[in-house]
Design a protein around this ligand. Structure first.
Ligand SMILES: N[C@@H](CCC(=O)N[C@@H](CS)C(=O)NCC(=O)O)C(=O)O
Length: 244
């Protein structure tokens, strides 16, 4: 069975899932647990590829990275293309921007998680009973620190937000210019852009179920207040193009 390994609250995983769902590609989902899942992740990852999730295993082999998975979905799935020829340059530009912003989003999340015991408990695998949450929370902090080191997360999160995220959001606002899509119709460029907005306020629970602590950690109120038009755009895009 086609299997997607991912992190439920990660923007990268969301991009891969969205493309697979859009193209009606069936898959089973497996949650990756940082640190304890590292060995399995390395074992699955083809030689010469940096081990990360999302990662899709299907009859064609193992595909690592949201962009490659989305392309694979387009190849094997059905429905309107997300990568039309005339949008390829735009998509690759927003892929690059989205990737940089998600890197800052990860750093913001890790910093918030380390300070939020409720989110730490919610990050534990579902088989850990609630009463063990407090005891197991240090393992979540170890996992968060592991991810910070592995992916060289920014230390100065606020500085990275001002330097990388704010200009990207201004750019998105300018390019959208009040229109529903970055190109004439819905493309992967919109998915790339929408994923960035998770670090302002995550999508509604019916699209991305998150515990209250995790949702709190993902929310950046000053940014959300500064870009309400973009959040409104993202919510409209979800309502129209993302199956709950
Ligand atoms: N460019 C990659 C980035 C993927 C990435 O950085 N994934 C991180 C998400 S935090 C990851 O794999 N973390 C878990 C781990 O490394 O164990 C993509 O588009 O998928």
């Amino acid at each position: 069975m086609r299997t997607l390994h991912g992190i439920g609250y990660s923007g990268w995983t969301e991009k891969a899932r969205w493309a697979l769902d859009h193209h009606r590609v069936a898959f089973r989902y497996r949650e990756h647990v940082p640190l304890t899942g590292e060995l399995g992740l390395r074992w699955r990852t083809p030689r010469g590829v940096r081990p990360s999730v999302p990662q899709l295993a299907d009859e064609g082999g193992v595909i690592t990275g949201s962009f490659n998975i989305a392309k694979r979905a387009e190849e094997v799935g059905q429905g309107a293309p997300l990568f039309p020829q005339d949008a390829l340059e735009l998509i690759s530009r927003w892929e690059e921007t989205s990737d940089r912003v998600l890197g800052v989003a990860r750093a913001q999340f890790i910093t918030g998680l380390l300070r939020n015991p409720r989110a730490q408990k919610e990050s534990l695998p579902s088989f850990v009973p609630g009463w063990l949450g407090g005891v197991m929370a240090p393992s979540v902090r170890m996992g968060a620190n592991f991810i910070a080191r592995k992916h060289k997360a920014a230390f100065d999160v606020e500085g990275a937000i001002q330097q990388t995220v704010v200009p990207a959001l201004e750019q998105l606002r300018a390019e959208l210019g009040g229109r529903p899509y970055l190109k004439g119709g819905f493309t992967y460029a919109d998915i790339n852009a929408a994923a960035m907005l998770q670090m302002l306020r995550p999508a509604e629970d019916r699209y991305m179920p998150l515990g209250a602590g995790t949702r709190e950690v993902w929310t950046n109120a000053p940014l959300a207040d500064r870009f309400p038009d973009l959040l409104e755009w993202r919510d409209g895009l979800y309502a129209k193009h993302r199956k709950p």
